[in-house]
Design a protein around this ligand. Structure first.
Ligand SMILES: NC(=O)c1ccc[n+]([C@@H]2O[C@H](COP(=O)([O-])OP(=O)(O)OC[C@H]3O[C@@H](n4cnc5c(N)ncnc54)[C@H](O)[C@@H]3O)[C@@H](O)[C@H]2O)c1
Length: 248
């Protein structure tokens, strides 16, 4: 049945994976909310979508702030009359060896990636309960399995897996599913900024020998968001070209 006429809020969707996911959802008939903490990027993305004939509004909000999340969900419901799909995508990373990381590195990474997903799920599910339908899709990372230099990020993403399992259990009887997607290496602007040496090392560990695309993640989100997919909940779907099959 797809996602026709569904209302989808995608956090951190003025860039990368979130932006392509929002575009694909809108192309498939959803009404989408573009959220980001960077106002200029939200404005530019909404203008771009409107030129493409897509139904989108923009809401600037820092997802680690409860009051900002309350206001964002309220604006979504007031504009579109409800909320059906939440994609907790906004994220960031502070990487480094354990001895070099600061308390602030840890706090901000947990605050944006994990607390942000918690707050958005908590507020958004209230809008879904009455309609007995909802989809919460959390963008974790293959890195939740653990990666050297990734203490804050791996911790946050592992927290998201735990959060997803709790959401699935608590919300199942309300017709709301909650699942995680764990992307591996995905081709986003950040990749281009990495030194060639680092890129080659990362690629050498890819069973597929190549990066994934933002469409690979958008495809997985679309699958989990589909009205027909009501019996998959609490799961982690790896979209990482097989990289989750071994550690190191
Ligand atoms: N790119 C990859 O290879 C990869 C791999 C695994 C997981 N992921 C995850 O996928 C998600 C998207 O990553 P991406 O590569 O598209 O990154 P990106 O940097 O292109 O997009 C993330 C967006 O989130 C926004 N954001 C950051 N903090 C925010 C906040 N507090 N409130 C609202 N918005 C905020 C940023 O401004 C940015 O526009 C992240 O959760 C990331 O951890 C990415």
């Amino acid at each position: 049945m797809g996602i026709q006429n569904r209302v989808a809020l995608i956090t951190g969707s003025a860039s990368g994976i979130g932006k392509q996911t929002a575009r694909r959802m809108a192309e498939n008939g959803a009404r989408v909310v573009i959220n980001d903490v960077v106002a200029d990027k939200v404005k530019a993305t909404v203008e771009e979508f409107k030129k493409e004939g897509l139904n989108a509004i923009g809401v600037v909000a820092d997802i680690s702030s409860k009051s900002a999340v309350d206001a964002m969900v309220q604006e979504t419901v007031e504009t579109f009359g409800g909320l059906d799909i939440l994609v907790n995508n906004a994220g960031m990373e502070r990487a480094g060896a354990l001895r070099k990381l600061t308390e602030q590195d840890f706090d901000i990474t947990i605050s944006v990636n994990l607390k942000g997903a918690f707050l958005c799920s908590q507020v958004a599910h209230n809008a879904m309960v009455g309609q007995k339908h909802g989809r919460i899709i959390n963008i974790a990372s293959r890195a939740w399995l653990g990666g050297p230099g990734q203490a804050p990020y791996s911790s946050a993403k592992a927290g998201i897996v735990g959060l997803t399992r709790v959401l699935a259990l608590e919300l199942a009887k309300m017709g709301i599913t909650a699942n995680c997607i764990a992307p591996g290496l995905i081709h986003t602007p950040l990749w281009e900024e990495l030194p060639e040496k680092n890129r080659n090392l990362l690629l050498s560990k890819q069973p597929t020998g190549r990066l994934g695309s933002t469409d690979d993640i958008a495809d997985a989100v679309m699958f989990l968001a589909d009205d027909d997919n009501s019996y998959i909940t609490g799961q982690v779907l790896y979209v990482c070209g097989g990289r989750s099959l071994f550690s190191g």
